[in-house]
Design a binder for this molecule. Sequence first.
Ligand code: DON
Length: 558
Amino acid sequence: MNLRTKLFLPLVVLALALSAFSFTPVAGRRGMVASSEALASEAGVQILRDGGNAVDAAVAVGFALAVTHPVAGNIGGGGFMLIRLASGEAVVVDYREAAPAAASRNMYVNSNGELIPHASTVGALSAGVPGTVAGLALAEEKYGKLGLARVIAPAIHLARDGFVVSYSLSESLRHESDRLSKFDASRRIFLRGGRLYEPGETFKQPELAETLEAVAHQGAKGFYSGPVAQAIAATMQKYRGLIAEQDLARYHPILRQPLVGRFRGYEILSVPPPSSGGVALIEMLNILEPVDLGSPDSFDSMHFMVEAMRHAYADRAAYLGDADFTPVPVARLTSQAYAAKLREEILHSKPDAAIAAGNPQAFESSQTTHYSVVDDEGNAVANTYTLNNGYGCGVTVEGAGFLLNDEMDDFAAKPGTPNLFGLVQGEANAIAPNKRPLSSMTPTLVLQDGKLRLVLGSPGGGTIINTVLQVLLDNLVFKMDILQAVSFPRFHHQWMPERLILEPVGFSADTIQKLREAGYQVDFYGSIGDCEAIEIDPQSGWKFGAADPRADGKAVGY
Ligand code: DON
């Protein structure tokens, strides 16, 4: 070892060690992608490097996640893409699944009026008409630069040539193997007939590659008609589902105006019904606007935030549904006057100690996925999409290689009875043909002085809206950088059940005791959400990406 090596080696080792433990967001001067899976983030950044804009990259990430992150990434599900162009134009692509035409209000209820166990969560009957391919294709056509064939190419490559299975994918497949093994194509493809994939092995999906090729060549038609549509209908027949070829032919994504709120001078853009996310987020922010929140983990701030959550989720249960089918009082729920009334109620009442029976499974999975993209020109995309449950309804379309959702469970299968996430929902969200089930997905953008400041969102079923609320407050109010905000311990209350969930590490014993003394039933749950976020420095324009340390995602900048 020469002298120079002797002198510098310890420094290099120290630098490597520090970088391994570094707690700073990923910085990018030009563009940034933060998603739940590294290969998909890298595919998105490559599209940006190749001259694509944020929408091109977002569509590429969406298709890539359908290959590399099959627990939630999908072409058999649906979601919401919030796009804001550098020009200031903003739009939501609603590609939420729709109920098949043959769906009916009581399809999951037996003759005694009881819910049929698992009917809305496992198997083909729980699937809604998939929206992802139509939504991504529409976004690309209207707002992308490179064209569908180019942005879908990385996904085709990953499906055809395969990718190396990570520890987390291997574990997640093992975890869901009981459900997946019930269905032939799922058992064959995702469980390799029972020889589960180990970390380090290569996972190839030739049937999925072919389906993606059909979309690359024919656009959405390659999915909603022809062999892929026939394969979906045949799989439905085999497993007694309801989606018919006509449902697929009828499906269309809907362009909607984002919901806009204001919070302490920031502009908040989020998604309207059929997601409840934007309404509930803006309602909570309005309640909290003038409240001195002190420090993020103090009893006073948590109490006020929890009460805002309870009100917003109670309203969600009572009023929210697909506004194309049922009147939803969006303007009233998001008005400052209504928030002022609720704030007064919170100030003058005690926390409600009434407790309803909970659903212990309700918070177990976080199998939706969110990603955020920003490009060099200032275009931004916040996209959350899902199969609902991890690996959806468990059914893979035979010959087409992709999983179908169980999004029908997001309807009130029996109004007043909790769903998979323990959410109680009402008449506004009852099942009807072609209606879209109520979502909690909350892809969100924050503007500061008219300029992009934050791009964020999360999975987590009913916890999604509260995760977005907390990351937003942690950054904007409590002045954490975006990685700190994404990492900070989270809590959740959804009105029913009357239970306050805390992540187990990070809240002080004093605060927990005060919350209990105030009447909350406090429970602990390991992990809430997986927020993939980007913060843009208003002065320099640098982008800072944060992948939630609770999961296996990656922020990649350039
Ligand atoms: O749209 C919704 O709100 C749900 N289908 C999201 C599901 C979800 O986040 C699953 N993860 N826990």
